[in-house]
Ligand binder design. Sequence first.
Ligand SMILES: [Zn+2]
Length: 487
Amino acid sequence: MIAYFPTAYPDELLYSQLARFYTKSGYMTYTFAAEELFASKTVRPDMDFINSYTSAAVQAITRNMPMEAVIEKHTMFPCYGRFLPKERRQKAFQSLVSMKGNYHNLLPISQSKNGKVRCLRYCPACTANDRDQYGEAYWHRIHQLIGIHVCPVHRCYLMDSSVMITGKATPSFKTAEEMIPQAESCILADNEIEIRVAVYMAEVFRADVDMNSSITVGEFLHSKMAYTKYRSVRGEQRNIALFHADFTEYYRGLPRNWFTELWQIQKVLTNDRMNFFEICLMAMFLDITSDELVHMELPEKTQQQLFDEEVYRLHEQGLKYPAIAKALSAPYVIVKAIGEQRYGTYHKPTKSSLKSGMKPQNWNQIDENTLPLVKEAIRQLQGDGTTRPKKVTAFAVEKILYFSSKKISLYLPKCLAEIQRHKESQEQYWARKVAWAARQVEDRGVTLTWRKVRDLTNMRRRDFEACLPYISDYADSELVEQIIHLL
Ligand SMILES: [Zn+2]
């Protein structure tokens, strides 16, 4: 029977509340308390999340609020769960509410980096405050966010306690009141970017988690790059190298920042990385308010649609395509193609119009008209020096031009021939990618290493070795010399 159970303080970890329960209930040993609370008494108390509790413990924990609110307000779920894709987010939440252990597989919980033990942290000023206001200290969730080093309220550095979160310490309950020294002075942070990151992360963390949103964070961040120099005029291309350069410059003064590589940024945009800290850094850099980030919305119309509509509007007003191209600072061929409705997402030819009705000479004309677009697309795929090269295939070209698949190979022989002229073997394509990466590294003025090439290309060592015989087709002899000796 659990007679007395303390009420949770604002932003208190559930673990902290249980620890306070333990010290105030007068158990002879930890084991007695563990038996009362945990379904398995040998389990290690989870400090970030929950354990499987006895029904008596569940009753006590949920006396003032339902388990759903406990998970949202007193565990680290808003950090690890918030930016997961909808289905996984809901599954993880449900498994926490029903106290199933599989939430560990559903949440992107990073293992401690380079074997460093994570400890419960605290802010000396918050502690003094809590002792004043509540008569005791407690463990705050916000101080445990990975990537935060400054108290967002007091702007002083957080301190490590001796309570280990990771690691193999004997299971126990340690209250903040016992573990944090009585008088401890604050060390004020004076690093502006570090403080801003902490305040931003805390705002995002505190907001309610939208459990039903089906917008992915990658899509959202991409949409927020619209009309910046990180997207092309029409918005269909991302200039990720420029984004990376500006981003790393912006956060240059941020200490202990592991999120500095181009491939990491790319993985956030493709929803392959969902780290809370990394997403907050990208959003803050893009001037997205914390409020916008927790209520993600996509624009009703994409940048491409709006661009195309603008072309139509100007054309109806009587402007000629060269003038429109100039007004919109876009390439003439593209503007003309859009105006003639040969290029676009929502006015592509329907399947039936492809199958029937069209006379062969029409296709010849279309083939002829499309050829410059195909050449442009091939050039894009090969990379303009800043964007990463992609493999030239009919499929990739069709994707850029928003053509239905196989349209080129079935109907446009001249275009197809142009693509085949640029066809490469896998090894040749790798060689082109490596040469591009090496030039990128050179441009930054840093030493060329295999690691840097690997990070930019995501290539395996084996593939790198396989492409070496072709390198000389894509780089000058001086660069070839350097690349060959990288391993
Ligand atoms: Zn504080």
